[in-house]
Design a protein around this ligand. Sequence first.
Ligand code: SAM
Length: 260
Amino acid sequence: MSLRIDILTLFPEMFPAVLEASIVGRARQAGAVDVHLHNIRDYAGNKHNKVDDRPFGGGPGMVLMCQPLYDAVMDVEAQDERTALRILLSPQGEPLRQPRVESLAAPETGRLLLIAGHYEGIDERVIEAIAPFEISLGDYVLSGGELAAMVLIDAIARLQPGVLGHADSAAEDSFSPRGEGQRRLLDCPHYTRPQVWTGREVPPILVSGDHGAVARWREEQMMERTRARRPDLLSPQPDLASETAPNPSHQGRSERPSQP
Ligand code: SAM
């Protein structure tokens, strides 16, 4: 069965270009991922479709209200019998790295519910109530969680079996576990025709026809690049063992309470 991904957003119109093009489009066409968009505003429950309000205590910006998001989560989850792993895209979440992408892309995940925040943020009480696992794209602030959700979907879709053209191409990428030590190195440099371009030549080993030598050269390049650019990847990574998929029945930060 394909991985089902539900997206809760206030801006569903941001998604089609990304969902239809390139690898994500191919993954959807092949039935590897099944993506459903839902507008949180459809759950506003008031005649002006209002989903945000001013923050208690004053200050700038608006805050996404509890009830529309809570109702959206409950309604969308009921649309499929599989338990969804709730993920809130948030600058305060776990910084996204490849091991987490791999665990979310694994067949055991089954279903993801991605929540894209907007405005100044989301009322904390609904975050406590739905207790999502929180994922951040990095230490900077986006205007909304939509781009972050798209990044996560792209990274997950390309790991679904049969989606990439060459069976091994994901395994050859930066951050993929390699060899006995399952080290996550940066990829080696790549070249294509012409062999000489504006006086710059392709490394001769790559046109030598010696496959063993090419493989060794590539491994050396990966090590060199990683040492030069990301030496942190060569240190022991104590947190890798804990990078298993969060269990949907133990979402994020707190227990799931009964409906407020
Ligand atoms: N006031 C919030 C804070 O400082 O933590 C930032 C709110 S941000 C303007 C609005 C929404 O964008 C967030 O609710 C979240 O969904 C999304 N967002 C912003 N930065 C993000 C990041 N680095 N990773 C993932 N989502 C992000």
